[in-house]
Design a protein around this ligand. Sequence first.
Ligand code: SF4
Length: 252
Amino acid sequence: MQLSLGLSRSPLEGIRDRLLAEFGPQRPVARMDPVSQLVKSSISTRTEDAVSWAAFLRLRAAFKCWEDLARAEEALVLDGLGDVAGACDKARRLPLALRMIEARIGWLSLSHLRNLSVDAARHELQSLPGVGTKVSASVLNFSSLAIRALVVDSHVHRTALRLGLTDAADATGAYHALMALVPEHWTADDLFELHWLMKRGLGQMLCLEDTPQCGACTLKQACPKTGVGRKADILAWRQRDARVEKVTVPIP
Ligand code: SF4
């Protein structure tokens, strides 16, 4: 089922506009080089942002450069990772991924990816150990490469399913379904912004996994899953809906 928020616009535009009005702009203030972003994104999988940032900063302090991390003993990497999820696997795969890049390119760099198509760049990254659809998209979109790729994490995937933007059960299927809806004129910054609006705003503040707050959700009038939450929340939605009806401006 597709969310209908306008006649000729992509449904992503209506959703972005509503979430922007609710949560404000989410533009990038700084972008890391792509290798640093690969390190950060690789250790972020299934881990809260605060924990993965702390691990990233420990690794950066422990090694003079990422080339040193590529040759580090597994136990040292494990120490730096601390309590990130799957630390043992990540301590083994991350240095190996960095050495594979060096072997392919001749030095540790991912700058050449900006000369490839998005899918070719994704496929090259996903041939590295520990790199899947989400990590590859985040390297391409969040880093200084600034490439048009939407990062679909568990929050973006869950909210896209509830909004009827995709019915793909896997993150790769959801990535392709959402990318097919991205307006041609949207930039990498627009996709960056959509990711954070759907993750931090909608996914972590309203459309929670177990208790979606449909009553407070800015998308409730168009969402096919409105009311999927608890009874108390549905009642709250009815009360709130009556209040906001007077000031709601229809999306063009
Ligand atoms: S209306 Fe409910 S299910 Fe739909 S996006 Fe909002 S919180 Fe999620």
